[in-house]
Design a protein around this ligand. Sequence first.
Ligand SMILES: Cc1ncc(COP(=O)(O)O)c(C=O)c1O
Length: 356
Amino acid sequence: MTNISITPVTKSRITEVDFDNLGFGKIFSDHMFVADYYDGAWHDYRIVPLEKMSIHPANMALHYGQSIFEGLKASKDKDGTPMLFRPEKNIERLNRSAVRMCMPEFPLEDLLEAMKTLVLMEKEWIPTAVGSSLYLRPFMFATDEYLGVAASTTYRLMILACPSGVYYSKPIKLLAEDHYVRAVKGGVGEAKTAGNYAASLYPAKLAREKGFDQILWLDGIYNKYVQEVGTMNIFFVLKDKVMTPAEDGAILKGVTRNSLMKILKSRGIEVVEKLISIDEVIDEYNKGNLIEIFGAGTAAVVTNVSSMTYKDITISFDESNWELSNNLKNTINQLRNGEIEDTFDFTMRIEETVAI
Ligand SMILES: Cc1ncc(COP(=O)(O)O)c(C=O)c1O
């Protein structure tokens, strides 16, 4: 483990923050973690005051999109100890994204230490209201200054920390998109890379203009199999089981998806991962078997779906049926706040032993 050098702010900005109106991803804590990759290794681990940085106009990330990120949450246990939720999962995914995008992996233990040190420094920034948390955004991007299409030889990794509230404050209306696609098998859909999100913006804008909140993406080949929502994986609750699209190389392997499947299985609820066609979803609804649909993601936690539209068919769901999703949402929030015992070993307490 390389040492992390620390330069604290001379004056915290925390008193300027309205913790009752945090929103999501708009407010940044005092410090950030930074590391640079050159000569084939990561160097110069440092936590410094959050500040703007200057970038050369030929920065390769701007031109060719070598840019990946993660999102995870820090919260506080009942006794006020900061905790992270399954951070190794995010680090492993960051490294898988890095491999796919021809970028260097970051040593898992080092990144974990960086997250813990930053969270301990920023522990006063961890909000405690239900559903709120300190959202950590680790990200990596190319830093070579060159206009040829090639993989950069230098990179920067940073971690930002944002005290954040609830991402979706109300249930969402989904549009199953039958023209635009998010990702295809063999592409970069499984990587958490900037371009996937850029590709989603225009179709999402069109969907919003039609009165929908989010797109439910269908597969890129047949335009038929359900994949995921903009920032969430998707679950369908049937009378006798729960189904979610199988990981097919094009959807993001969500940490929340994985956690919810473990929780459901521990309760004896059958969870089926499979190819799910949009016709099957509508068919199950028409047969009266589909009780609810919900999205699952770090930022979104568990988000209720009030309706789903595909071409000229709309299926609607009533609040009185959102029993399982609301229960799962509470379970995740309670695990994050240490209100219930973590029998899954999802949470990692950050004791003060981390050197800061
Ligand atoms: C496209 C996409 N799918 C799914 C998810 C859910 O993944 P996770 O539960 O790891 O946050 C996210 C959020 O990160 C996402 O951006």
